[in-house]
Design a protein around this ligand. Structure first.
Ligand code: NCD
Ligand code: ZN
Length: 357
């Protein structure tokens, strides 16, 4: 189907299945961006201290709801942080608990606030077994932390060393390879689908739009540094195929990960790209670039809900092909700002609700 002359599309309200909202005053500033665009989100638990129990997740969810703007149609779902000491019984409680959707596996040291993550996956089998039994999905940050492994190979090596053996041991475990960045990750998910294993992956907008050159374009660009790190062009092409071929195992997860400007523009800058300000528009742009706008709705609004066994959203949203200028920064807590992706540049798709006649 030729979608190149489509200038306006209406889709079922989308969901964001991988989102960092932080906490406190900063959260109040960022959550409005997501609530304006998405029906639901899976909120990541890598706070300081991390969200490790159902009780903590519920109180975090209450704080999110309290921080929402007046028209709160936004329904946050929570991921719990898996640690070496997660009790098996917490998995049962998570399975029973409304709005608790999954556990998140951070290999210790892999990314922002992952110090409390899992140190030895081989000691976690009783927990994975409980997840299989109680049908609680495992969301995975898929990178090894072995410092001898090249940073661009950490996803591939994680698949070989961790995911393939994990799947053998736990054939019924629902796994989401979060923010997949490589063709190897895409191939893994496709292979899993072929074997009827319950595996899916989220894909970020920045990984569909940028390759690793973006980190070094005319100088070091800290706002393009995230983890897993952006990869070479061949991987971006594989991700574009994965997102737009219509297959149900790939769905939207922005991984919008705000950090204060001062923490990004530093001698040792934090990992994470803030994309919630254009959480759906950036995907529309990526899909339009490869003439696949007709595939956006399934990727953004259906596949994730279907995989998690939730009903699809009922409302709609309309996007128009109209460029808008991204501000240089957004408020971020009491005395900070966050620099959004594309700051000071144009994005070619807009929310119709933002258009003024
Ligand atoms: C995330 C963050 O800042 O919380 N950073 C990132 O680069 N994506 C953590 C994560 O999802 O890895
Ligand atoms: Zn993330």
């Amino acid at each position: 189907m030729d979608t190149t002359c489509i200038n306006r599309i209406t889709i079922t309200r989308p969901d964001d299945w991988h989102l960092h909202l932080r906490d406190g005053a900063a959260m109040k500033d960022v959550v409005a961006h997501s609530a304006e665009r998405f029906g639901r989100a899976l909120v990541m638990p890598n706070l300081k201290p991390p969200v490790v129990s159902v009780g903590q997740a519920w109180s975090y969810r209450e704080r999110i709801l309290a921080a929402l703007p007046d028209d709160p149609r936004f329904d946050p779902y929570m991921a719990l942080y898996l640690t070496d000491t997660t009790p098996v019984d917490e998995i049962r409680r998570a399975a029973m608990g409304p709005h608790i959707l999954s556990f998140k596996l951070y290999p210790a040291g892999a990314t922002t606030n992952s110090d409390a993550g899992v140190t030895n996956i081989n000691k976690m089998h009783d927990r994975f077994e409980a997840m299989e039994r109680w049908e609680v999905p495992l969301c995975v940050h898929g990178e090894v932390t072995d410092p001898s492994v090249d940073i661009f190979d950490r996803e591939l090596v994680f698949i070989e060393r961790v995911l393939v053996p994990l799947r053998k041991e736990h054939p019924a475990l629902k796994i989401v390879l979060e923010h997949v960045t490589t063709k190897d990750g895409v191939n893994f998910v496709i292979d899993e689908e072929r074997h009827r294993h319950p595996t899916a992956a989220t894909i970020t907008a920045h990984n569909l739009l940028l390759n690793r050159n973006a980190i070094f374009q005319g100088g070091v660009r800290p706002h393009h540094y995230c983890l897993p790190v952006l990869k070479r062009e061949a991987h971006r092409q594989a991700l574009l195929w994965a997102a737009t071929h219509g297959g149900p195992r790939f769905f939207l997860g922005t991984d919008s990960a705000p950090h204060a400007k001062s923490a990004k523009e530093a001698a040792c800058g934090c990992a994470g790209c803030f994309t919630a300000h254009a959480g759906i528009e950036l995907y529309a742009e990526a899909f339009a670039q490869v003439n696949a706008l007709d595939k956006l709705e399934a990727f953004a609004s259906f596949h994730g809900a279907d995989f998690y066994g939730l009903s699809r959203n009922t409302g709609t949203m309309t996007l128009v092909r109209k460029p808008w200028l991204v501000p240089p920064s957004h408020e971020y807590g009491e005395s900070e700002v966050v620099v959004p992706l594309r700051a000071g540049e144009y994005i070619s798709w807009s929310l119709e609700s933002r258009m003024h006649p």
